[in-house]
Design a protein around this ligand. Structure first.
Ligand SMILES: Nc1ncnc2c1ncn2[C@@H]1O[C@H](COP(=O)(O)OP(=O)(O)OP(=O)(O)O)[C@@H](O)[C@H]1O
Length: 984
């Protein structure tokens, strides 16, 4: 039992002397509180009014405050009172409704009627004065007709506000607005505030439980530590409130019980009093006089009895009602207690749960806190390290900044320095190209000094109408590399690599080819001998390269025309300084016979020389030459030329100022096809042609082989071709070979053998080329030598004649005459064979029987005194006189029967098998004069011998002079080789 309950018991036991809750005497408090009779009257009238309005209350007139409190405590009296005053104005709940709900309803009604109200707490434990005043005000308002009952009843029934009515339906009245509940749901803090402000005391138990439920739900869903703490506090507060309420109700019930018992006793004592009175009244009637009174008393008694029985009945009803209510309340209290206990248990379990969870959460929190602390430590140390690193970085950055500044300064200085240097480099770069050119020139010079035969390879394109487009050419490089592949073989040995000075692909033009050849040709004007020949199988493009497919189209001109054209341009542009004369010879070697293509003679020992002054002259000559060229048809090439053709260009230049002279010759050779005989499928004459061609080409190979190995003996004389080219191959000439290639895969074998030959040629070193330049002094000396040689020859002749006269004694002199056996073919300008023969002043070949030494001599002689014929009769390269003068002089001599000794031999020794074209006539001498003649000759001979010795001495002196002269490098060979001519 709570302390309040104990106190109540004590008060009841103490009767009217009970002490109030706040120390006031319980019973007398009403008396004290009512001042004077007026207040007592009003108190009594209030009690009377209550009794009248609600007769079942049956309150004693002088009912104390506590009695009234006990009567009014459950609130039903208030509601019944209002219902009685204004029937149906109050909704009545069932008996088990809480007193507070009824009281609240009443108070609400009071508020609406603007009557003074009291607090529930006043009724429960506090001062009763506000309660009594409220009742008095109500009484006054109704008794004074302050309120119209109907009006009042027509007003809304006094019920609690809407949301509280809901609570009423559920037998509970919420002390808080639902809005507040929702707020509570969302804010624990607010609930705590409510707890603190005791607002929860006025909240219904159901609402409290609802709140609890929601809080549980929330706490379960959130599981927040802070929420759990709040939740626990709220739970505790609510449990306390509920406990307190239960105990209050229990106390109230007990108090009501006590009140009921007290009332019962009171009624009993009244009944006893009345019974006593009734018995007293009977005695008095027996006494006689007072019968009337007795009767009255009896009536009174009867009335009293009736009243008593009625009271008893009422009492009984009340008692039963109270007992019933008590039982119901007890039952309700029991049930509520059970429910509350259950809820309490659940709540406790939840609290335990929550506590556990809170503990878990706390643990978790601790762990997390530790982890966070650890992390914090880590971060702190990290930040510390970072800040240290930052400091270091700052320091490094500063030093770097300094370094950068320093480097910048250095860089600037370097930049200036390099700028200065760069100027030099720029200057050098400007000169770089010049240097590169110079290098190239020097390289070429080295090559020239070495005297290598240059080899240019040219690949013919596939011709129109050629079906097979499979090529054996695998690769051509910029620097003269060439790879050919055997189409019939597979594997690594199928490819062959070659390297030449230059490779011209199938798409190369005539002009491109000539551009690389031009410098070589131009060196002709510097006094060099140059030889260019084209080698390759039939149909590989030799003629195309050398002559071109057509003379008419300048674009297709071959090397021949372009070379001569170029020479004319050059000679014309330099005619102010050097006077050039150009002579052309054109021969073919067919079946080992040399034919002059520009003369109508057949095979001849000497080719005619033709002076040319323009490209037109050249074209005209070449046309004739080409027409005269022997052309035969073979299975390989319908128009294949079966001869070697040689175009020789001789240049003589005389310096206008110094009078020095230079000479050069250019041989442009278009060889016959190099294919093997078996492939040519020829017989008879054609076979003979092929054999000759092959023989001459193999002789060419032998010469090259001998030159490559620097053999002492070079077999030039094995073929006419090698004899023709002797000057160009073995001498001090610049030589270039065009290797012509047919790309057709069927020609692979020929291609490889051609390339192999070319490879051998490219390895041949001929020695440094030498130019033929003569100063005026040298020329004069040379002329002197020539005159001396003539003189010696004259003496020799005279001596010979003299000896012959002595030996044969009047035997006749042999007549020597060169005769031409060649059939006439195409002729030049309608010149007669005779005149042609007469003009023939020089011999290119015709040394078939001479030995090697003689050959050298003749060759040197030929160099020293070339004798060319002329077509137009103009002056050409005669040392003593022009060929025309020579021929004319010879004819005159013949006509005038000039002494044979006076006839100059202008031609070199002719082939002895051939008849001489020059005849020498003799005259018979008389015997008488023979002796004189002999003596004269003897004397002359002795004189001549002396002269010869003197000449020889003179020659030796000249040689010394020449050798010590600055131009000796250009001429020693000529002079020294000329020595053997003088035969002692
Ligand atoms: N570079 C080229 N471009 C175009 N056509 C070419 C070329 N070379 C050669 N030809 C053509 O190939 C054919 C054979 O050429 P060419 O007569 O010059 O060969 P070849 O070697 O002189 O033969 P042969 O040994 O019989 O004299 C000709 O029709 C020629 O026009």
């Amino acid at each position: 039992m709570s302390s309040i309950g104990l106190e109540m018991n004590n008060r009841i036991k103490g009767g009217s002397s009970m002490i109030g809750v706040y120390g006031r005497p319980y019973g007398s408090s009403s008396i004290l509180s009512f001042d004077g009779s007026e207040s007592r009257q009003s108190h009594q009238s209030l009690v009377e009014w209550l009794n009248e309005t609600l007769p079942y209350l049956n309150l004693p007139w002088e009912a104390s405050e506590e009695e009234l409190r006990a009567c009014l405590m459950d609130g039903t009296v208030f509601c019944n009172l209002l219902n009685q005053l204004s029937p149906g104005s109050m909704k009545m709940g069932n008996t088990f409704e809480l007193a507070s709900i009824n009281i609240e309803r009443f108070l609400t009604a009071m508020d609406e009627m603007a009557l003074p109200r009291f607090e529930v707490s006043d009724l429960e434990q506090g001062d009763m004065i506000p309660v009594l005043q409220s009742l008095k005000a109500l009484k006054a308002s109704f008794s004074d007709a302050g309120y119209d009952k109907n009006t009042l009843s027509s007003m809304r029934r006094w019920s609690l506000p809407e949301d509280q009515s809901k609570g009423l339906d559920g037998n509970f009245n919420d002390g808080l607005q639902s809005k507040e509940v929702s707020e509570i749901n969302t804010s624990h803090a607010k609930i705590l505030d409510l707890l603190k402000s005791n607002t929860l005391q006025n909240t219904s138990t159901r609402s409290l439980f609802d709140m609890l439920d929601k809080l549980f739900d929330e706490s379960v869903s959130k599981m927040n530590v802070d929420v759990s703490h709040d939740f626990a506090s709220i739970l505790r507060g609510i449990v306390q409130v509920v406990e307190q309420r239960i105990s209050n109700q229990a106390e109230n019930l007990k108090n009501q019980n006590i009140l009921f018992r007290v009332r019962e006793e009171k009624y009993r004592s009244r009944i006893n009093v009345l019974e006593n009175l009734a018995s007293g009244t009977t005695d008095e009637n027996e006494l006689g006089s007072e019968e009337q009174d007795v009767l009255q008393l009896k009536r009174k008694k009867e009335r009293s009895d009736a009243e008593l029985s009625k009271l008893k009945q009422e009492l009984q009803v009340l008692k039963e009602t109270h007992e019933k209510q008590f039982l119901e309340l007890e039952l309700y209290a029991q049930e509520t207690k059970t429910v509350l206990e259950k809820q309490l248990e659940e709540s406790e379990l939840r609290v335990v749960d929550s506590t556990n969870k809170v503990k878990e959460l706390e643990k978790l929190c601790e762990i997390k806190t530790k982890i966070w602390e650890k992390k914090e430590q880590t971060y702190k140390s990290f930040i510390h390290n970072q800040s240290e690193a930052l400091q270091e970085l700052k320091a490094t950055s500063m030093s770097l900044k300094h370094e950068v500044l320093k480097t910048g300064e250095n860089y600037f200085q370097d930049l200036n320095y390099y700028g200065l240097k760069l100027r030099g480099v720029v200057h050098a770069a400007k000169n770089y190209q010049v240097v590169v050119e110079e290098n190239r020139r020097l390289y070429n010079e080295v090559q020239e000094l070495k005297g290598n035969i240059r080899v240019y390879c040219r690949i013919r394109p596939f011709l129109k109408g050629q079906n097979k487009k499979e090529t054996s050419i695998e690769y051509t490089g910029e620097n003269g590399e060439l790879v050919v592949a055997n189409p019939l073989k597979q594997g690594k040995d199928t490819h062959r690599f070659f390297k030449f000075n230059k490779v011209f692909g199938p798409s190369s033009t005539q002009e491109e080819v000539f551009l690389d050849t031009q410098p070589l040709i131009r060196s002709l004007l510097d006094g060099y001998n140059v030889c260019i020949f084209a080698y390759g199988q039939t149909g590989s493009g030799k003629t195309y390269t050398m002559s071109g497919p057509s003379i008419n189209s300048e674009e297709h001109w071959g090397v021949n025309y372009r070379a001569l054209n170029d020479l004319f341009h050059l000679t014309q542009s330099s005619q102010d300084t050097v006077m050039y004369e150009v002579g052309v010879q054109m021969v073919e070697i067919y079946n080992e016979q040399v034919r002059d293509l520009l003369s109508d003679d057949g095979p001849i020992p000497d080719a005619s020389m033709h002076c040319v002054r323009s490209t037109d002259d050249v074209l005209e000559l070449m046309n004739i030459g080409l027409m005269n060229r022997a052309v035969g048809a073979t299975a390989l090439n319908e128009k294949s030329s079966r001869s070697h053709s040689v175009l020789s260009v001789h240049v003589r230049g005389v310096d206008v100022k110094t009078d020095s002279e230079l000479r050069g010759s250019l041989h442009l050779v278009d060889l016959a096809g190099s294919e093997r005989i078996d492939r040519s499928e020829v017989t008879g004459d054609r076979l003979k042609e092929a054999q000759h061609i092959n023989k001459s080409l193999s002789a060419l190979g032998d010469v090259i082989f001998a030159l490559a190995h620097k053999n002492p003996h070079v077999p030039y004389r094995n073929s006419k071709l090698t004899q023709v080219l002797q000057n160009s191959l073995g001498g001090q000439a610049k030589t270039l070979m065009f290797v012509q290639i047919n790309p057709d895969e069927d020609s692979y074998a020929e291609t490889v053998s051609t390339l192999k030959f070319a490879e051998r040629v490219s390895g041949v070193e001929l020695g440094a080329a030498r130019s033929y330049k003569e100063g005026r002094d040298v020329r004069q000396l040379m002329e002197q030598v020539s005159n001396l040689k003539d003189m010696i020859a004259k003496k020799d002749e005279e001596l010979q004649k003299f000896q012959n006269i002595n030996g044969t004694k009047r035997s006749g002199l042999n007549n020597l005459r060169f005769e031409s056996t060649s059939p006439r073919r195409h002729s030049l300008g309608g010149a007669s064979p005779n005149s042609s023969r007469q003009r023939q002043g020089s011999r290119l070949l015709g040394r078939t029987t001479s030995d090697s030494a003689d050959e050298r001599i003749q060759q040197n002689e030929s160099r020293l005194s070339p004798k060319f014929s002329e077509t137009d009769g103009s002056n050409l390269f005669s040392e003593t006189s022009s060929p025309l003068e020579m021929c004319e002089q010879s004819e005159q001599n013949e006509k005038a029967n000039v002494e044979p000794s006076k006839v100059l031999k202008h031609t070199l020794k002719a082939d002895q098998t051939r008849p001489s074209r020059l005849s020498i006539s003799t005259s018979s001498s008389k015997a008488l004069t023979d002796k004189w003649f002999f003596n004269f000759r003897k004397t002359s001979y002795q004189k001549a011998m002396k002269n010869i010795i003197a000449v020889n001495l003179k020659i030796q002196e000249l040689q010394v002079v020449l050798l010590t002269s600055p131009v000796h490098k250009n001429i020693p060979w000529t002079v020294s080789e000329a020595r053997p001519v003088v035969r002692l």
